[in-house]
Design a protein around this ligand. Structure first.
Ligand code: UD1
Length: 420
């Protein structure tokens, strides 16, 4: 088993390039299922989740060619319509094949993802939307099956602004007969990017980025040529690393429009944030002030940054109240941060973090993707050495993280847990 070892206590400084956004690349790669032909995506990050998409697309009959950040999907033969449990259970976003497959081929059979470390994560709203568009949904042997001759446009109200649900239904509606209106839709930048991609394929999506998205269905779409935007969560993680180590980092690819909530909280905490063309510079200023956060759908504070922000607040002056509103069980990193000396108590959806002077290196265990990032940040700022195990979670979402951090002056390495 591999682990990451961090010799903490070093200020990070310099320039770092953010990779392509995982959470945008995933739906874009699944959107290729909407049209036969050869699709070309660039700035696709080399991550474990992207490898899972590759396996899934190949299982469905695609030919895939990858070279650096280029990801080419060729859909010329028969496309299969079953996404098997083995792949779906390793990556929940696999459920995004449902919309495109039923829209283009009239059938999709997708394993139900099951629970995950951060909560139940149901897909009822994806299914409710597809049903409203005329799909017949059945459940059999742990698989959801959707069938329909051709989906019909519908007015769909989402009980909560689900990111994946909005994406699945936008893709389904792109080839439906008539117009679909998604109300209370998610407004994340990934939704805007998917709408741009569908439009680049010849689709007609309007209103993405607001809570009402209108999709006029078309009879067919053409192959996608697209460049994935930078990853706002990776960018945010480097921004926090700058503040936590009292460093000075230029994060190339950190886009102000994507980071408003984080920037405002970092500034409240005492950091200096200066946008430049193509990125943002973040500087620590000596002390970290405690700040309260409440996670919400975009443009609120992202749940995917909660664990990293909590690591920062461990070192703040004063007490910070962190309220998680998006997922039910997203405080798995707390016990690990406590092993490093953090003073945190949890009650329901709220964590109270009493700032301490210093974190102490310790062996800790990553429990999910963003929890791993939080432990890396804690390790960078901590005294002595931190060993993080179960780092396969990290490889799902951060491209070359050790290389990037070492270039900024960190001392971090990957090694075998047995010391090899
Ligand atoms: C996406 C992101 C994930 C991020 C999350 C919230 C990807 C691949 N993943 O996940 O990193 O943390 O958005 O910003 O883009 N819900 C339902 N019924 C549904 C769907 C969702 O009740 O049918 C609930 C979920 O349980 C959760 C909330 O809605 O409590 C938000 O989930 P959702 O926005 O769907 O997250 P994902 O798309 O899974």
């Amino acid at each position: 088993m591999e682990q990451i070892v961090i010799h903490g206590g070093r200020k990070l400084s310099g320039r770092v390039q953010v990779s392509g956004a995982k959470n945008s690349a995933l739906p874009l790669l699944f959107a290729t299922l909407l049209a036969p032909g050869t699709h070309r995506l660039t700035n696709v990050p080399a991550l474990r989740d992207i490898d899972t998409v590759e396996k899934l697309l190949v299982t469905l009959g695609a030919e895939v060619r990858r070279e650096g950040d280029l990801f080419e999907v060729c859909l010329n033969g028969k496309t299969e319509t079953t996404a098997p449990y083995d792949l779906v259970r390793t990556m929940r976003a696999s459920v995004l094949v449902l919309g495109p497959l039923v829209a283009r081929l009239g059938h999709a059979r997708v394993s139900l993802p099951g629970g995950c470390a951060i909560g139940a994560r149901p897909i009822n709203l994806h299914l409710k939307g597809l049903e409203a568009m005329g799909a017949e949904i059945t459940l059999d042997h742990g698989y959801v099956e959707a069938r329909c001759d051709r989906l019909k446009g519908a007015r769909i109200y989402l009980d909560m602004p689900t990111v994946g649900g909005t994406e699945n239904l936008m893709m389904a509606a792109a080839l439906a007969d008539g117009t679909t209106v998604l109300e209370n839709a998610a407004r994340e930048p990934e939704i805007v990017e998917l709408a741009e991609a569908i439009n680049a394929m010849g689709g007609k999506v309007a209103g993405a980025g607001t809570d009402t998205v209108t999709i006029e269905g078309v009879d067919e779409l053409r192959p996608l040529e697209f460049t994935v935007m930078p990853d706002r969560i990776e960018a945010g993680t480097f921004m926090i690393a700058a503040v936590m180590t009292q460093g000075d980092i230029e994060v190339v690819g950190a886009l102000p429009d994507h980071q408003e909530a984080l920037v405002s909280k970092l500034e409240e905490a005492g950091a200096i944030v200066t946008p430049f063309d193509g990125g943002m510079r973040v500087q620590g200023t000596g002390t970290i002030q405690s700040v309260d956060i409440r996670t919400r759908a975009f443009p609120g504070f992202p749940t995917d940054m909660q664990a990293q922000f909590m690591a920062l607040m461990c070192l703040a002056n004063g007490t910070s109240v962190i309220n998680e509103r998006v997922f039910e069980n997203r405080f798995m990193h707390v016990c690990e941060l406590q092993r490093m000396g953090a003073d945190i108590t949890i009650e329901g959806h709220t964590a109270t973090v009493r700032g301490i002077k210093k974190l102490l290196g310790a062996p800790v265990m990553a429990t999910d993707l963003r929890a791993s990032a939080s432990l890396i940040l804690a390790g960078l700022a901590a005294e002595n050495t931190t060993q993080i195990s179960r780092i396969y979670h990290l490889d799902r979402g951060y491209e070359q993280i050790e290389k990037k951090l070492n270039a900024l002056g960190a001392r971090i390495e990957r090694c075998r847990a047995d010391g090899v």
